[in-house]
Design a protein around this ligand. Structure first.
Ligand SMILES: Cc1cc2nc3c(=O)[nH]c(=O)nc-3n(C[C@H](O)[C@H](O)[C@H](O)COP(=O)(O)O)c2cc1C
Length: 325
């Protein structure tokens, strides 16, 4: 029988199915069920810098405790933080699989120091998610990428558990950034996080939120950049996130060079049973193909050769100019 073990960010996982950071992982009870359902690891719901700042800003606006604004902010932050630390330590006690904490941050300041508390609470790794849209007219090219590196360097000085960088897809050249992240101690990258989707209601002529859950076609973006990245920077681990909905999709990402997947939308839609469907299918597929271990086919179809390069780096539909549906 196939061995589904995979090494990701220095952690040994019993299989490559990681539950992505979301409301799916925001309580000890849910995490215990995900563990029982067979997940290889889970990433806790992110602690959002923005969320805490907003809450305190709102209280200040409403005039509560205005003379104590700093204290209120301090209280709110510490309250949220202690809840988060409790989620880590109790999930660790309740689960047999690695528990990865997650911070969504966009500044290189006190948030980073909090990473030490996360490590002390027992997290097996920390995933850092620096998701932001760059739309300032005065934006300096490369400054967003540099921010990733500065935050990572600060975190690496603070903790010794593995650090996973979860990237957005709004980067000019993810490969250069991933190479720099690897050079500065990142243990793995996740490609990619998903933005909040804008949409417009044409009847009411107003804004509305687009689909919260992903579409299976979104996987192409992860396949492309993991295919290229795993060929150019083979010593860092990759996880695919975005549009991994089916067992077949898991195998595609491994063939492209991923060590694991971080899934979310399909678990929201189809519940925890998808985890076993994915691992059972992977195991059967490996047996059918004669693979004993994931490393025997991981990256088999990455961009190490001309065929792979042609597939992942092609941008134009030249061959399909006369394409009809
Ligand atoms: C409801 C919801 C909440 C999410 N919350 C977070 C979060 O707190 N932190 C984070 O890094 N990603 C968050 N994500 C992104 C997911 O972890 C994942 O990267 C993304 O949804 C793409 O995977 P999928 O196509 O399997 O959904 C969230 C996604 C959803 C749908």
């Amino acid at each position: 029988m196939a061995d589904l073990n995979t090494s990701f960010a220095g952690l040994l996982l019993k299989n490559p199915i990681i539950i992505g950071s979301s409301g799916l992982t925001d309580s000890v009870e849910k995490n215990k069920k995900l563990d029982e359902a067979g997940a290889g690891a889970l990433v806790l719901k992110s602690l959002f810098e923005e969320q805490i700042m907003l809450e305190s800003a709102q209280m200040q606006q409403e005039g509560y405790y205005s003379h104590m604004a700093r204290d209120v902010e301090h209280y709110l932050r510490n309250h949220q933080l202690s809840e988060y630390l409790k989620l880590i330590s109790e999930s660790k006690k309740a689960c047999s699989i690695p528990v990865i904490a997650s911070i969504n941050c966009f500044t290189n300041n006190e948030w980073v120091d909090f990473a030490a508390e996360i490590e002390k609470a027992g997290a097996d790794a920390l995933e850092v998610n620096i998701l932001a849209i760059q739309s300032e007219i005065t934006y300096e090219f490369g400054s967003f990428e540099q921010r990733h590196i500065d935050i990572l360097k600060h975190i690496k000085q603070t903790i010794s558990i593995p650090v996973i960088m979860k990237l957005g897809h709004n980067l000019t050249n993810p490969i250069t950034l991933i190479n720099q992240l690897y050079a500065n101690g990142a243990n793995a990258v996740v490609l990619f996080n998903r933005f909040y989707q804008p949409d417009i209601n044409i009847e009411t002529e107003s804004h509305r939120v687009g689909s919260v859950l992903s579409d299976s076609s979104e996987i192409a973006n992860s396949l492309r950049w993991i295919g290229i990245g795993s060929a150019r920077i083979p010593r860092i681990d990759f996880a695919a996130s975005g549009g991994v909905h089916t067992p077949e999709a898991v195998i595609k990402t491994l063939l492209a060079g991923a060590s694991a997947v971080e899934i979310c939308s399909t678990v929201y839609r189809n519940k925890n049973k998808v985890i076993k469907e994915m691992t059972d299918f992977l195991s059967e597929w490996m047996d059918k193909k004669g693979y004993d271990k994931i490393v025997q086919f991981k990256g088999k179809l990455n961009a190490k050769d001309m065929q792979g390069l042609d597939m992942y780096e092609r941008t134009q539909f030249l061959k399909y100019y006369n394409f009809h549906d």
